[in-house]
Design a protein around this ligand. Structure first.
Ligand code: FES
Length: 98
């Protein structure tokens, strides 16, 4: 995933925006990243990746699961489509197609 790829597809929040927001606001817990454009408050697919960004930027424990750097934007979007199709989350109205 590149900096300008969207991590939260539901709310169109890019990786760059999340990284910059985290550096600026210094959140104490990963869930505070939801204050960055509502990231993570839709289907929930991006939550593990928000945690990854939090951990990378705050120097806390290493993230588990596939790293954002190892995924293309297309792979990431396919993963999210599978997440939604499996009934694990519902995107908000107007969100990018699944
Ligand atoms: S992709 Fe972030 S909440 Fe759906």
């Amino acid at each position: 995933m590149n900096p300008d790829d969207k991590v939260c597809l539901c709310f169109h929040v890019t990786r760059r925006k999340l990284v910059n927001w985290t550096r600026l606001h210094k959140p104490k817990v990963p869930s505070q990243l939801s204050a960055c454009g509502g990231a993570g408050t839709g289907c929930g697919w991006c939550i593990p990746f928000l945690k990854q960004i939090f951990r990378q930027e705050t120097g806390s424990a290493p993230a588990d699961g596939p790293a954002l750097d190892a995924l293309s934007a297309e792979e990431y979007a396919r993963g999210r489509a599978g997440h939604v199709a499996a009934g694990m989350g519902t995107p908000p109205p107007g969100a990018e197609p699944t």
